[in-house]
Design a protein around this ligand. Structure first.
Ligand SMILES: NC(=O)c1ccc[n+]([C@@H]2O[C@H](COP(=O)([O-])OP(=O)(O)OC[C@H]3O[C@@H](n4cnc5c(N)ncnc54)[C@H](OP(=O)(O)O)[C@@H]3O)[C@@H](O)[C@H]2O)c1
Ligand SMILES: *[C@@H]1O[C@H](CO)[C@@H](O)[C@H](O)[C@H]1NC(C)=O
Ligand SMILES: *[C@@H]1O[C@H](CO)[C@@H](O)[C@H](O)[C@H]1NC(C)=O
Ligand SMILES: *[C@@H]1O[C@H](CO)[C@@H](O)[C@H](O)[C@H]1NC(C)=O
Length: 327
């Protein structure tokens, strides 16, 4: 009886070890393929169509995507708020990569009203790739949901910019892609969406919308030749992140876009680059969802952000006194 019991245990133990061994080997292989081999095994992005549309294309990650896509042989349609920045970036792309460009000026916080004009601008173009990049923070730092000025406007802006933009832009380009039987839609989500994150409440909630939307859409339309990829960057040095210094953890936007575009065809949901993928794994182990949601953790984060806010308010007051002195 005891020996049967023991060999039963050994068998269970053996299967468990084998299961985890196979699971981790598979994950490791996927990681190597997506983040290392993809550099030598790139998907030809021109196969999707002639034009790539990038929202929020004049700075940061969006601009880097626009540059990299032009380098890989696509014509670029840029969308963002500032007409002036749009023309500067468009000229730069034409000069550097010799591709055609078009621009559409639109403010995604304005909601439904802007999409007829965008549809007009996209009309008759062979659009192969859409990069849904535009996105904004609720506030610059960690804050309680109610702890912002003009919350009503802010909430509408964030939802229009982060959620409505993705769904409406997808609606505009998807029919043509389905008709052709090919297309690529890239949605820029965020690492912040991998777990619910208190004090970034609205931002993480909008980004998880993007993640789920992309992943489900990918399943719905992959059989019709349309690939939907969701990229979830960690920290990229851009205007949004106060131009942080680039290091092993923080990517520059051009490096990020280069690596992230290599992963197309290899992964439909990715951190975009090796450094961010490793940070994602580490964070899942050392800062799991239950810890983020614990009252203890929220209290600690609140302390940190109060300290930062004092610092920030001091700076603002400093600026004010300087301004007052000037005249
Ligand atoms: N940077 C990071 O570490 C990081 C990490 C995770 C996720 N993300 C996500 O990556 C995306 C891009 O972030 P980023 O860091 O590159 O930001 P960024 O440097 O601030 O660039 C934002 C771009 O979007 C345009 N834009 C902003 N608001 C707009 C609006 N209401 N309507 C139209 N265009 C608008 C801006 O141009 P105009 O000023 O001309 O409009 C600019 O081209 C966002 O979705 C963000 O959530 C970033
Ligand atoms: C992501 O891509 C899919 C694919 O078309 C698109 O439908 C969706 O609106 C995009 N946005 C987000 C946030 O996932
Ligand atoms: C950076 O952000 C500030 C404030 O959000 C904005 O006024 C400025 O134009 C941005 N700069 C660039 C290069 O996008
Ligand atoms: C980041 O750098 C850009 C260009 O170098 C500059 O226009 C922008 O104002 C900087 N943003 C911040 C927040 O320092």
């Amino acid at each position: 009886m005891e020996t049967v019991f023991n060999s039963g245990l050994v068998a269970i133990g053996g299967f468990t070890v084998l299961f985890y061994f196979l699971k981790f080997s598979w994950k490791f292989w996927c990681g190597v393929r997506v983040y290392v081999l993809s550099e030598y095994w790139k998907t030809d992005l021109r196969k999707y169509g002639q034009w790539a549309v990038v929202t929020g294309a004049t700075s940061g990650i969006g601009r880097a995507y626009a540059d990299e896509l032009a380098k890989r042989g696509l014509d670029i349609l840029l969308i963002s708020r500032s007409e002036e920045k749009l023309h500067t970036v468009a000229r730069e792309i034409e000069r550097l990569h010799g591709r055609k460009t078009r621009v559409i000026q639109a403010d995604f916080t304005e909601g439904h009203a802007i999409y007829p004009a965008i549809a007009e601008g996209l009309h008759n173009l062979d659009i192969g790739i859409l990069v849904n990049n535009v996105g904004m923070n609720y506030v610059g730092t960690l804050r309680f949901f109610l702890d912002v000025s003009s919350a009503e406007k802010r909430i509408t802006d964030v939802i229009n910019c982060n959620i409505l933009s993705v769904t409406q832009m997808t609606r505009l380009v998807l029919p043509h892609m389905v008709e052709k039987g090919k297309g690529l839609i890239i949605n820029v989500s965020s690492e912040a969406a991998s777990h619910p994150q208190p004090l970034l409440t609205l931002y993480t909630a909008t980004k998880i919308f993007v993640t789920y939307f992309s992943r489900c859409l990918n399943t719905e339309y992959s059989s019709q030749g349309v690939t939907v990829q969701c990229v979830a960057p960690f920290t990229v040095s851009t205007n949004m992140t106060q131009n942080m210094t680039v290091n092993a953890f923080v990517k520059s936007a051009p490096d990020y876009a280069y690596e992230a575009l290599n992963t197309v065809g290899h992964s439909s949901h990715t951190s975009g680059c090796l450094s961010h993928a490793l940070q994602h794994v580490a964070l899942n182990i050392f800062f799991p969802g239950w810890l983020r949601l614990s009252p203890f953790c929220v209290r600690q984060m609140e302390k940190i952000c109060n300290r930062r806010r004092e610092h920030y308010d001091n700076i603002q007051e400093g600026e004010l006194t300087i301004k007052k002195k000037q005249p």
